[in-house]
Design a protein around this ligand. Structure first.
Ligand SMILES: Cc1cc2nc3c(=O)[nH]c(=O)nc-3n(C[C@H](O)[C@H](O)[C@H](O)COP(=O)(O)O)c2cc1C
Length: 197
C-alpha cells in the first residue's frame, strides 16, 4: 500500500511484464512507437541531455543486415519480431544542449567539449533511457525483448558509419506469442540490495 501506482499498472509495467522471446504477427504501428516516446521522453537524464536515438528496423532488407550481426541465439527471434528497434547513444548530444538546458547553455562547452567525457555521459544516460523505453513498451500493452548479444562494432559500421553514435541495445517489440518465456527467474531480496548508513 506504499505505492501510489495502482495495482493493475504495477502488474502491467513490472509484476506480470516479461521479456518476450516469441511474438504474434500483429504489427507494431508508428503511432504506438510515437505514444511510447511521447511518454518516456519525460524520464530524467543528466543536464536533460536526452542522448537516446532510436532506429526502427522495418524493411526486410535492413532486418537482414541487422540479423547477420546478432549472436546465434538471438537471430531467429530478431528476424521474426513484428518490430525491431536499435537503441543508440548519440555522442554528439551536446549540440542540442543549449535547447535542452537553456538556463545554462555554457554547459555544452564547460562539461562536454572533450569527446571522452561526452561518450561517458551519453552512454550512461542513454542506457537509462533504454530502461525507460522498455517500460514504455510495456505501458503500450506490448512486450519488449531487449538484447545485448550482437557484434556492436559491426552494427555501428552497418548502420551508423557516418554518425557519432553507438548501439546500446537491440529490442524486439510486439505482442507475446506462444511460449514467449520460461519460468520467472529469481530476483535479489531487498536486504541484499539496499543498505543504510
Ligand atoms: C540490456 C539487456 C540485454 C539482454 N540481452 C539478451 C540477449 O542478448 N539475449 C537474450 O535472449 N536475452 C537478453 N536479455 C533478456 C534478459 O535475460 C531478461 O530480460 C531477464 O532474464 C529478465 O527476464 P523477465 O523479464 O522475463 O523476468 C537482455 C535483457 C536486457 C535488459
Amino acid at each position: 500500500m506504499s505505492l501510489a501506482l495502482d495495482a493493475a499498472a504495477q502488474d502491467l509495467l513490472f509484476r506480470e511484464a516479461r521479456t518476450a522471446n516469441t511474438f504474434t504477427d500483429e504489427p507494431v504501428s508508428e503511432e504506438q512507437v510515437q505514444a511510447i516516446y511521447e511518454l518516456v521522453k519525460y524520464a530524467p537524464t543528466a543536464f536533460n541531455q536526452s542522448p537516446l536515438r532510436v532506429l526502427l528496423v522495418r524493411s526486410p532488407e535492413a532486418r537482414d543486415r541487422l540479423v547477420r550481426h546478432m549472436s546465434e541465439g538471438n537471430r531467429a527471434k530478431t528476424a521474426a519480431a513484428p518490430l525491431v528497434a536499435v537503441l543508440t547513444a548519440d555522442h554528439d548530444f551536446h549540440q542540442k544542449l543549449p535547447r535542452l538546458f537553456p538556463h545554462f547553455p555554457a554547459a555544452k562547452d564547460v562539461f562536454f567539449s572533450e569527446r571522452p567525457a561526452r561518450e561517458r555521459a551519453s552512454s550512461f544516460n542513454a542506457a537509462l533511457q533504454v530502461g525507460y523505453f522498455i517500460i514504455g513498451v510495456r505501458a503500450a500493452g506490448l512486450a519488449a525483448g531487449p538484447m545485448s548479444g550482437f557484434d556492436a562494432d559491426a552494427v555501428n559500421k552497418e548502420f551508423f558509419a557516418d554518425e557519432d553514435r553507438s548501439v546500446l541495445a537491440v529490442v524486439n517489440i510486439g505482442k507475446p506469442g506462444p511460449d514467449a518465456w520460461r519460468e520467472r527467474l529469481p530476483r535479489l531480496a531487498y536486504d541484499e540490495v539496499v543498505s543504510t548508513v
